[in-house]
Design a protein around this ligand. Structure first.
Ligand SMILES: CC[C@@H](C(=O)O)C(=O)SCCNC(=O)CCNC(=O)[C@H](O)C(C)(C)COP(=O)(O)OP(=O)(O)OC[C@H]1O[C@@H](n2cnc3c(N)ncnc32)[C@H](O)[C@@H]1OP(=O)(O)O
Length: 257
C-alpha cells in the first residue's frame, strides 16, 4: 500500500509509505495519493493530516530515477500538469490539511508541504526547494505557494540559493506553524497539535477551509464574502451551534454565582 489511511476522532491521516526511497514521489505514489484524497473528501472529519512514513523524509521530491525518462518539453509540461492536479486536491480539500513533516521535505516534497494549509515538523526535519540545484524550476504549484507564504524576497532567496532551512528556522520564517520539542515523540506532538482543530465541528472546519482556499486563490472579495455568509448561515442554524451556546451560557452562569 503506497498511501495508508487512518481515521480517529475527526482526524484522517494519510501516510506516504515509501520510506526505503525516502517517500520519493513516483507516479504511482502521486496517483495513490490522488485516489485516497478523492475517496476521503466526503468523510466526516475536521482535519486531514498528511505525513511520510519513517523518520528521515516527509517526501524527498519527485522520484529522480523515474522522472529521468522524461526528456522533452511536452512530456515535462504534461508531468507538471498531472502531478500538480493531485496537489490541487489538497489545496481545495474541503477541510484544512496539515502537513506533518516527520522528516525532510525536499524539492517536490516541499511543494507537497506547501500545498497543505499548515505545516508542523519534527525538530530534525528540514525544508529545501532544491530544484535550482538540479537546474530546474518548481513544477507543481509550489512556486506560487512559496511566494504567497514568504513574499518575494525570502521566496526568491530560498529558490535561488536552493537553501535548506532547519525546522526552527522555517518556523521563524513562518513556513512551519509548530516544531516538536526536543525528545517529544512525533506522534504525541502531532496528536496534541491536531486536537486543537478536531474539537471543532466538521462543518465549521469546512467553512474555515473555504475561506482559506478563497484567500489562496485570490478570490474576488465579493465571492469570499458570499462564501462566508453561506457557511455562517449554515453553521448558525445547526444544532451544534445551539448546544454550544447552551454550554457556554451554563458556564457563564456558574462563574457569576
Ligand atoms: C519535478 C521534480 C522536482 C520538483 O517537483 O520540483 C523534484 O522534486 S526533484 C527532487 C529533489 N529532491 C532531492 O534532490 C532530494 C534527493 N534526496 C536526498 O537528498 C536524500 O535522499 C535525503 C532525502 C536527504 C535522505 O537522505 P538519506 O536518509 O541519507 O537517504 P539516501 O540518500 O541514502 O536515500 C535512500 C534511498 O532513497 C532514494 N531516494 C532518495 N531521494 C530520492 C528521490 N528524490 N528520487 C528517487 N530516489 C530517491 C535513494 O536513491 C536511496 O535509494 P537506494 O540507493 O536504492 O537505497
Amino acid at each position: 500500500m503506497l498511501v495508508a489511511k487512518t481515521h480517529k476522532s475527526g482526524v484522517v491521516t494519510l501516510t506516504l509509505c515509501r520510506a526505503a526511497k525516502r517517500n520519493a514521489l513516483s507516479g504511482a505514489l502521486i496517483e495513490a495519493l490522488g485516489t485516497r484524497l478523492d475517496a476521503t473528501r466526503d468523510e466526516d472529519m475536521a482535519v486531514l493530516v498528511v505525513r511520510g512514513d519513517g523518520d528521515r523524509a516527509f517526501a524527498s521530491g519527485g522520484d529522480l530515477d523515474e522522472l529521468s525518462a522524461i526528456r522533452t518539453v511536452e512530456a515535462a509540461a504534461d508531468m507538471s500538469h498531472r502531478f500538480r492536479a493531485v496537489l490541487e486536491k489538497l489545496r481545495s480539500f474541503p477541510v484544512p490539511v496539515i502537513a506533518a513533516l516527520n522528516g525532510d521535505a525536499f524539492g517536490g516534497g516541499a511543494e507537497l508541504a506547501m500545498a497543505c494549509d499548515l505545516r508542523i515538523a519534527a525538530g530534525h526535519a528540514r525544508i529545501g526547494f532544491l530544484q535550482g540545484k538540479l537546474a530546474i524550476s518548481t513544477a507543481w504549484g509550489g512556486g506560487p505557494d512559496l511566494f504567497a507564504a514568504l513574499g518575494i524576497s525570502r521566496a526568491l532567496r530560498l529558490l535561488g540559493r536552493a537553501e535548506i532551512l532547519s525546522a526552527p528556522c522555517a518556523r521563524e520564517w513562518g513556513l512551519l506553524d509548530a516544531v516538536a520539542d526536543d525528545g517529544q515523540p512525533f506522534e504525541a506532538f502531532v496528536d496534541a497539535y491536531v486536537a486543537g482543530f478536531s474539537e471543532r465541528t466538521p462543518d465549521v472546519m469546512r467553512a474555515f477551509k473555504a475561506l482559506a482556499h478563497a484567500a489562496r486563490i485570490g478570490a474576488p472579495r465579493d465571492a469570499a464574502l458570499a462564501l462566508e455568509t453561506k457557511h455562517f448561515a449554515r453553521t448558525w442554524a445547526d444544532d451544534a451551534h445551539w448546544a454550544a451556546v447552551e454550554a457556554s451560557l451554563g458556564r457563564a452562569g456558574k462563574v457569576q454565582e
